[in-house]
Design a protein around this ligand. Structure first.
Ligand code: MOS
Length: 716
């Protein structure tokens, strides 16, 4: 017998390891595409090769005759999706989305025009190569810069005003600059995939990559006009998503249509190339910031404009200008947010979403101002520290960002930084230090937990929530262990299925606050049930298994719902972060090497130190990728991404990443939830790209305002 090593036991200094870590590293964790069901067939998409126009003819005969092909489905023969047919009363996700196979219109390159269903994946792939489509092309628009004059506000006038308009212009010290964040794609390791199996005409089961099984369940019910309870969505493991699985996409609808038509289950796995066109991206965003200050560094005005991409059929909105409204105490702030509709797939939230895009601009502009004022960038931030929420005037539920500045400065060795760019050298390389801050709303929504203690002393926690990798299950087990006073090893967490109790979509850094609160209260309720049984309300540990045996009970269970909490109207609730970066730059080649990162999060009480650390490390890595290498490059002549693969779309890999020093202020927020924990996913990335850009400037005197900071831009 091989010795069993329990990787899940707490280790004193670092905290408990992931409860699903062993399953993931041994390959035992089963992802959506890895399931098999009886009679399974395989679908491969055919994407449009034009970017705008109409399909004039589609020849499927050769594909239909190919070995193993069961069906070729196009707009010509596809069944009608009921949810596409009438606009009224449909939730926005269903109303606005691409009506796949509904007509012959092409609105972006790669848009599905056909799906080939065969008895093996390879035969479907071959069949897909035989579909011949003819188009009538129209002039497409894919460049935001070229179409910026067609920008429109997504809601109202898209404007925010506080105090005097454009007050920065009359400041003695001012900076006005433009910043560009390009299209980035989420590119999780796991490809998006779905298996759709109709159990009856109005009843379906899917194994699907989704960050929200309940949201997907409701979307499918709406789309196919069937009862919600007749839709079962399973998403037991998700191999990363970063936002790409926050909504229902066309390929999911295609699989559902196809499975209905061939009357067999269909598995549809996107190709890596499809991942660039069909499951969203961080929208290319042009921003302009005007920022002004007095000689002693008091901000007098910020003007922040942002124009972000969207598709022609759906408005995707996010919050790039929010950081300028809330990160610093500044009496005069006005912002403008516009969208530009282009012939692209709809963008979606990606890693820190709009706040990360906005923080790149604001935190770069503030850095530029610090050099103009000759004030240390940390000192400049402290002089404009917001003690209360600048937007609402409300007190913060908690804010320890000033402590985070100090911790990070100590860890990076900020004292070594030279205020004059290009003056610090080591081994022939230029050395620079940079800082960037982040803020993100600390959200919490309702969630329900079923907690069941059985006579073997094992506690089972059940809830629908997806766990896309941050370690949600691990954190939930730790919350329950503390409340119940039992070892974490005696607790199981079951999640990722729509027939489990209600939980929110995993996104917006809100899962621990939302689902964790439900775990907390469920455990209290369950403990009370035991105490009632024993007539003992003393705080001493209960031997749950013993009590159940004594009372001849197989189990005790509770189902507990937690709501958002009501202090939200009294306090402004945010998480905060600061990132410090030390870079080494080769002046001859323009290559930037990250030498050190120190990221500090003010995200309330840290429940699971080990997975929290991983989250901050992951955010820093994503931020380094965003800063130095990530960009989906489009050839606007064809409306096509030219680096739609992992060889050409560069993400930060091991060689790009130094040791990352992840720190936490770790002080509980007294209001947000009973654990005092605030979200920490998005803030792990927000501000990071600016920290890199600011470090590059400090090293070289070269200010790069368009990401990514590739060597050509540093040399230029
Ligand atoms: Mo996140 S961008 O809320 O998945």
């Amino acid at each position: 017998m091989k010795k069993e090593i329990n990787l899940n036991m707490p280790s004193s200094s670092e905290g408990m390891s992931r409860i699903d870590g062993r399953l993931k590293v041994t390959g035992a964790a089963k992802y959506s595409a890895e399931y098999t069901v009886e009679g399974l067939t395989y679908g491969v998409l055919v994407g449009s090769t034009i970017t705008k126009g109409t399909i004039t003819a589609i020849d499927t005969k050769a594909a239909e005759r190919a070995p193993g092909v069961i069906a070729v489905i196009t707009h010509v023969n596809a069944i009608k999706v009921p949810g596409f047919q009438s606009e009224a009363g449909k939730p926005s996700a269903v109303r606005a989305q691409l009506k796949v196979f509904d007509d012959n219109k092409i609105v972006y390159n790669g848009q599905p025009v056909a799906v080939v269903i065969a008895n093996t994946y390879e035969r479907a792939l071959y069949g897909a190569s035989l579909v011949k489509t003819q188009y009538s092309k129209e002039q497409h628009e894919t460049s935001l810069n070229a179409s910026i004059g067609k920008g429109f506000p997504p809601h109202g006038d898209g404007l925010y005003k506080r105090g005097i308009q454009d007050a920065w212009k009359s400041a003695p010290y001012k900076v006005e600059q433009e910043y560009i964040v390009p299209t980035d794609t989420h590119n999780p390791m796991e490809l998006h995939a779905i298996i759709a199996k109709w159990e009856a005409d109005d009843k379906v089961t899917v194994w699907d990559k989704t960050q929200g099984v309940k949201a997907t369940q409701h979307d499918i019910a709406q789309l196919f006009n069937i009862p919600v309870d007749n839709v079962q969505v399973n998403s037991k493991f998700v191999g990363g998503a970063f936002g790409s699985a926050l909504r229902t996409w066309p390929h999911e609808v295609v699989a559902l249509i196809a499975a209905k038509m061939v009357k067999r289950p269909v598995k549809l796995v996107l190709s890596r190339a499809d991942m660039f066109t069909s499951v969203g991206h961080r929208p290319y965003t042009w921003q302009k910031i005007g920022i002004g200050a007095t000689a002693d560094g008091k901000l007098t005005g910020i003007t922040h404009e942002a124009y972000g991409q969207t598709s022609t059929f759906e408005n995707f909105t996010e919050g790039p200008v929010g950081v300028s409204q809330g990160l610093y105490a500044c009496p005069n702030v006005n912002t403008k947010y516009n969208l530009v509709a282009l012939n692209i797939g709809t963008p979606t939230w990606m890693r820190g979403p709009g706040e990360a895009t906005g923080a790149f601009a604001l935190e770069s502009a503030l850095d530029e101002l610090s050099y103009l004022l000759k004030i240390d960038p940390i000192e400049l931030r402290l002089r404009n520290y917001a003690e209360t929420d600048p937007e609402s005037g409300k007190p913060f539920s908690s804010k320890f960002l000033n402590e985070a500045y100090q911790m990070g400065a100590d860890h990076i060795g900020w004292a070594e930084r030279k205020p004059e760019p290009g003056t610090l050298k080591k081994d022939g390389l230029l050395v620079g230090y940079g800082i960037g801050c982040g803020m993100f709303g600390a959200y919490r929504s309702g969630a329900t937990i079923k907690a069941k203690m059985t006579a073997d002393g094992i506690l089972l926690l059940q809830t629908a929530v997806s766990d896309i990798g941050p370690g949600t299950g691990t954190a939930m087990v730790l919350i329950a262990a503390e409340q119940m006073g039992i070892p974490a090893g005696n607790i199981r967490f079951e999640n990722g299925a729509s027939d489990l109790p209600q939980a929110p979509t995993q996104g917006g850094s809100a899962t621990t606050a939302s689902v964790g609160s439900a775990v907390h209260y469920a455990c209290i309720e369950l403990k009370e049930k035991f105490q009632k049984l024993t007539g003992n309300d003393s705080p001493k540990a209960i031997d749950y298994a013993q009590v159940l045996k004594q009372h001849n009970l197989p189990l005790l269970e509770v189902t507990t719902k937690s709501t958002a909490g009501d202090d939200r109207d009294k306090y402004a609730m945010n998480s905060w972060s600061v990132h410090f970066v030390k870079v080494l730059v080769n002046a001859a080649t323009g290559v930037v090497k990250i030498d050190k990162v120190a990221s500090v999060a003010d995200s309330g009480h840290i429940i699971s130190p080990k997975t929290a650390r991983s989250q901050v490390v992951g955010g820093a890595i994503g931020g380094i990728g965003m800063a130095l290498m990530e960009e989906a490059v489009m050839d606007h002549r064809y409306g096509r991404y030219i680096n739609n693969n992992f060889a050409d779309y560069h993400v930060a890999v091991n060689a790009d990443i130094p040791q990352i020093d992840a720190q936490f202020v770790n002080k509980p927020d007294p209001y947000i939830n009973p654990m005092g924990a605030k979200g920490m996913a998005e803030i792990a990335l927000i501000g990071m790209a600016a920290a890199v850009a600011n470090a590059v400037y400090n090293a070289t005197g070269k200010r790069v305002r368009e990401l990514p900071i590739t060597p050509d831009k540093v040399m230029a």
